[in-house]
Design a protein around this ligand. Structure first.
Ligand SMILES: [Mn+2]
Length: 424
């Protein structure tokens, strides 16, 4: 435990007066504020185990110091985030980077921090020591059946670890594809991949979901075998009703209308979950909401509208995860900013007057429709999110508390300056 409850109370006390004033001001004209607060309190965003250290780029890596050296320390870090914001109550593990040596012990430790295990992630994009065949030319798409088999067996292992921890979903992201024209038979690559996914799918427990993540390019630059939402949808449709598409915000070609993709997938009951991040050029893995917060808001508008239309539970029926990499920021500060950005966009989307919007749409009143969206977007909802935190014993200003308490300095003292999070 990195901070005590009394520390949070001592942090909140001097901020309380200003908070009460701001909260009263912003909520004066909001109907159903208690309902909104209840939704915010339930909404949890999974933190990926690979985002707790600095990621670096292919050019270099500059460590933050005090990075977690083990799965236990990763859980400790996420536990800290959750104590601070009461919105990071889940962890998404990457296998084989985070194989628990004792699943029960890890489960107990996570429960002490109030953390659940979200989707487990398989890895067939890099070779592991001792592996018999290489993924250099793909995994499930590979021309060699032995490579395909190795990738399938790995995914079954990941499911096994997930079951032990109480996870209920598997995310498959394949780096498969080709770098040059002629390298690959697209049709055969698709068929091989589908056959492999079918084997993995058939090993899923009844209550599990499979998320199929797509990506337009990188590490392959000519084609990717799950390149866009259409290809992911194709696999998910052929596999069955436990298979869904996973949308990673950074995995599209420039200027893609992600909000429309989300709306259609949700309507087809094929949207499984999200990997949140932000980008300027490609798969930049930047802090959520740092580049285009309006797009994030528009995505949440489609999510809320679509989920309400299908009477879905906002907190539980889709997988909410961050997938980011931190090169110049403290990873924990970056994650606090990312979660805050998600909560802001979600809250703003909850404020949209949906009846008035529908009326404007039916009247082809484009000016009014824009006004309605921007009225919600331009509301400073931060006091509402702070109130949700306050009611659950979390911090009014998580980032400020993190800095005031010199938590990074404490972590460096405890773990050392040169530590590196596993897997990165
Ligand atoms: Mn991702």
């Amino acid at each position: 435990m990195l901070i005590e409850k009394t520390m949070i109370a001592a942090h909140n006390e001097p901020l309380l007066k200003k908070h009460i004033r701001n909260y009263a001001f912003v909520t004066e004209n909001i109907l159903g504020i208690e309902e909104i607060l209840a939704k915010l309190i339930n909404f949890q965003i999974a933190i990926p185990s690979w985002a707790l250290g600095t990621g670096g780029t292919r050019f270099g890596r500059f460590g933050a110091g005090g990075e977690p050296r083990s799965l236990e320390e990763k859980i400790e870090d996420i536990g800290l985030l959750h104590q601070l914001n009461n919105a990071s109550g889940a962890i998404s593990l990457h296998i084989p980077w985070d194989i628990p040596s004792d699943a029960n012990k890890i489960k107990t430790l996570a429960a002490e921090y109030g953390l659940l295990f979200d989707a487990v992630n398989s890895n067939t994009f890099q070779d592991q020591p001792g592996q018999s065949v290489s993924y250099k030319f793909g995994s499930l798409q590979h021309v060699n059946a032995a490579v395909r088999k190795q990738a399938i067996v790995h995914n079954l292992e990941v499911i096994k670890h997930g079951i032990e921890l109480g996870s209920e979903s598997l995310t498959v992201w394949l780096a498969d594809g080709s770098c040059f024209p002629g390298q690959l038979n697209f049709r055969k690559a698709f068929e091989n991949t589908l056959a492999g996914l079918k084997e993995i799918y058939s090993a899923l427990p009844a209550n599990w979901k499979m998320f199929i993540e797509y990506k337009a390019y990188e590490p392959n630059f000519y084609s990717t075998t799950v390149g866009d939402w259409g290809q992911s949808y194709l696999y998910a449709s052929k596999l069955g009703n436990k298979a869904y598409t996973l949308v990673d915000l950074g995995h599209h070609l420039p200027n893609a209308n992600i909000q429309q993709i989300v709306a259609l997938l949700l309507n087809e009951q094929k949207l499984g979950g999200f990997h949140f991040n932000d980008s300027k050029y490609g798969d930049d893995d930047l802090t959520v909401g740092s580049i285009d917060p309006y797009q994030l808001f528009l995505i949440f508008h489609e999510l809320v509208e679509g989920m309400d239309n299908r009477k879905m539970n906002h907190a539980k029926d889709l997988g909410w995860m961050i997938d980011a990499s931190h090169n110049v920021k403290d990873p924990l500060e970056d994650l606090l900013q990312s979660v805050e950005a998600i909560m802001i966009a979600y809250t703003q989307a909850l404020l949209i007057d949906t009846n008035a919007l529908e009326e404007a749409q039916l009247n082809n009143d484009t000016v009014k429709a824009q006004e309605i969206l921007q009225e919600a977007y331009r509301t400073d909802v931060r006091p509402i999110i702070a109130e949700a935190r306050l009611r659950n014993g979390a911090a009014l200003a998580p980032l400020q508390l993190f800095r005031d308490q010199k938590i990074r300095e404490t972590l460096i003292k405890k773990r050392g300056e040169k530590t590196m999070a596993t897997g990165l």
